[in-house]
Ligand binder design. Structure first.
Ligand SMILES: [Zn+2]
Ligand SMILES: [Zn+2]
Length: 133
């Protein structure tokens, strides 16, 4: 990382505005990140350049927190239908997590009713790049 505070800030803003295009929730996340970057850039304009370190640290922390929250959301929803797991919806076709899988009970139930030719990551993980993580 650059020691020039303005370059550091630009680096961090760029990091903030960069997400893989295939990231889940890309649209929503990029909007959140734009808002963060804008807030910090605006505050930085009022700052003495020598004091920009604080703005850089603040933005880095916010971006890290945003990433952590995004990871947590991903872990807490069905990888197939994207619905959040509802812990108490334990009907056979409910939205609770099915055992230790990344899928909800409803998706697993639908799959098991599929025709014999049916294949998908739920029914046949090996075919889709091995065990689910
Ligand atoms: Zn599902
Ligand atoms: Zn299936």
């Amino acid at each position: 990382m650059s020691t020039d505070p303005i370059r550091s800030l630009l680096d961090t803003v760029l990091d903030g505005l960069t997400l893989p295009y295939d990231a889940p929730d890309y649209d929503r996340r990029i909007l959140d990140r734009v808002a963060l970057a804008r807030t910090v850039a605006r505050a930085a304009l009022d700052e003495d350049p020598a004091d920009l370190g604080w703005n850089v640290d603040y933005l880095r922390q916010k971006l890290a927190a945003e990433q952590t929250a995004a990871d947590a959301r991903e872990r807490n929803r069905c990888r197939r239908c994207r619905t959040r797991f509802a812990l108490d919806d334990t009907r056979f076709d409910g939205h609770a997590r099915y055992r230790d899988t990344p899928w909800c009970r409803r998706c697993v139930d639908n799959c098991h009713e599929g025709s014999p030719e049916h294949v998908c990551p739920i029914c046949d993980p090996a075919r889709y790049g091995g065990e689910p993580r």
